[in-house]
Design a protein around this ligand. Structure first.
Ligand code: BG6
Length: 463
């Protein structure tokens, strides 16, 4: 039986705005996520007194985290990926002094993880930013946001320097191209030039955070985070192959800047040919030279691209547009399931960057139901995760350096794209529905015991 390396980190990944709730407690300010009651794909709605948003309570992790962490520990987790809500620390984003109650919450959370010997992997910004910065400054469109972010990053690095040694800058940074409000705090109808300028500011901020992390916590490692949207050519027609390469450049661009320290030639050409003129200062160029220590990414599916217009018109639009792959099955949400693609992507990223890789999201969103005995028999989830983990092990055999695997949503949570709880990813069921009814009770699913075995056997239990 092949086992995973001893140092391999096993666990799960969650994000503040999808689990915590307590959206106004202990001085927290409103974030972009609080203005998206229907998720990233839905409209933005500013808060009015008495309105409701499923995320206001989410799964009440803010209060129930000791119970949840005890369950993660029971499964054998050695790592938990969490995010800090920027608005708990700087409620409007531009304050000079942080909010002590917000800092204290994460102190307690990290202490709880330490009690169970679970290593925290912390994302600085997971799909949310202070609404105050969006309203008053225009989000990442304004260069001042770089300084506000750096202040926030330095504050949390200093505060948690003894507790957190693994950090990530921006979650799925390439999503800004597809969801501008979520990614860079810009309105959905922003021009491409505005979006790329905001992205430039965010890339500079990411590099500055890497620099600050190295300075404040010399023994920490900090990575970027990409949505690993691997695209295949639908056919072997050279035009399709070229188009797939260009589509892949769409996300590789972010990794290339963050790992190599400058803008790649294919992007400069794209800017030239599309009249996109970015304001890039000599100091920005200098800042960008600080690169990440490792590369992390999410992986859910692959897609196909083609130059055939008729087929393109049938493309599935979720957040990304892609033509269905006739060789793959799909989840209930139409995401195509492709375990081998994960091995391909791991090899691709390793070849490209030669930096350690961390799979920080992977999982199956599915509807679960309780049987007559009150159990959740989620064999479909077990099979999805098993098949992906087998491919991770294959990639390690290929020579790829993989630091760990944190499956997405080890406990059911509010989905990002449509704010649904019925799209469940967890090993642990949470009794709450899309309308907010339910006791919030936690129930381990069949997959809970399966993952426990996989971790305890360092992967030998995989089939
Ligand atoms: C990733 C995000 O895009 O995918 C998560 O980083 C998100 O925040 C996950 O929850 C799954 O997407 P969804 O829409 O099913 O929640």
């Amino acid at each position: 039986m092949k086992v995973f390396p001893e140092t391999f980190l096993w666990g799960g990944a969650i994000a503040a705005n999808q689990v915590e709730g307590a959206w106004q407690e202990d001085g927290k300010g409103p974030s972009t996520s609080d203005m998206q009651p229907w998720g990233i794909l839905g409209a933005t709605r500013e808060r009015t007194p008495g309105d409701s948003n499923i995320k206001d309570i989410a799964i009440d992790f803010y209060r129930r985290y000791p119970e949840d962490i005890a369950l993660f520990a029971d499964m054998g987790f050695t790592c938990l990926r969490v995010s800090i809500a920027w608005t708990r620390i700087f409620p409007n984003g531009d304050e000079n002094t942080p909010n002590e109650a917000g800092l204290a919450f994460y102190d307690n959370l990290f202490d709880e993880l330490a009690k169970h010997s679970i290593t925290p992997l912390v994302t600085l910004s997971h799909y949310e930013m202070p609404w105050g910065l969006v309203k008053q400054y225009g989000g990442w469109g304004d260069r001042q946001t770089i300084d506000f972010f750096e202040r926030y990053a330095r504050t949390v690095f200093s505060r948690y320097q003894d507790k957190v040694k693994l950090w990530l800058t921006f979650n799925e940074i390439n999503m800004a191209l597809h969801a501008p409000l979520t990614g860079v705090g810009l309105p959905e109808n922003s021009s491409e030039s505005e979006i790329y300028q905001a992205i430039h500011h965010q890339l500079v901020a990411s590099a500055r955070a890497v620099c600050a992390c190295h300075e404040i916590i010399p023994d920490a490692r900090i990575g970027n985070m990409l949505l690993g949207a691997l695209m295949y050519p639908l056919s072997c027609k050279p035009e399709d192959v070229l188009k797939a390469q260009q589509e892949n450049h769409g996300w590789q661009f972010f990794g290339d800047v963050q790992c190599r320290g400058n803008y790649p030639g294919y992007m400069q050409r794209y800017f030239r040919e599309n009249n996109i003129v970015l304001e890039v200062t000599p100091q920005d160029r200098e800042d960008l030279r600080t690169t990440v220590d490792f590369v992390s990414f999410s992986y859910y599916m692959t897609g196909c691209v083609t130059t055939d217009d008729e087929l393109n018109n049938q493309a599935r639009a979720n957040i990304l547009n892609m033509v269905p792959n006739p060789h793959l099955k799909s989840s209930e949400w139409g995401w195509q399931i492709d375990p081998i693609g994960l091995r391909t992507l791991l090899n691709e990223l390793w070849d490209r960057y030669q930096k350690p890789l961390f799979i920080v999201e992977n999982g199956l969103g599915a509807k679960d139901s309780l049987n007559a005995d009150g159990e959740i028999i989620d064999d479909y989830r077990i099979s999805y995760l098993n098949d992906h983990l087998v491919q991770v092990r294959e990639a390690i055999d290929d020579g790829v350096e993989v630091m760990g695997y944190t499956s997405w949503g080890p406990i059911d949570l509010v989905s990002a794209s449509k704010a649904e709880i019925s799209k469940r990813y967890g090993f642990i069921y949470v009794d709450r529905d899309d309308e907010g009814n339910g006791t919030l009770k936690r129930i381990p699913k069949k997959s809970y015991y399966w993952y426990q075995q996989v971790i305890n056997s360092r992967g030998a239990a995989l089939k």
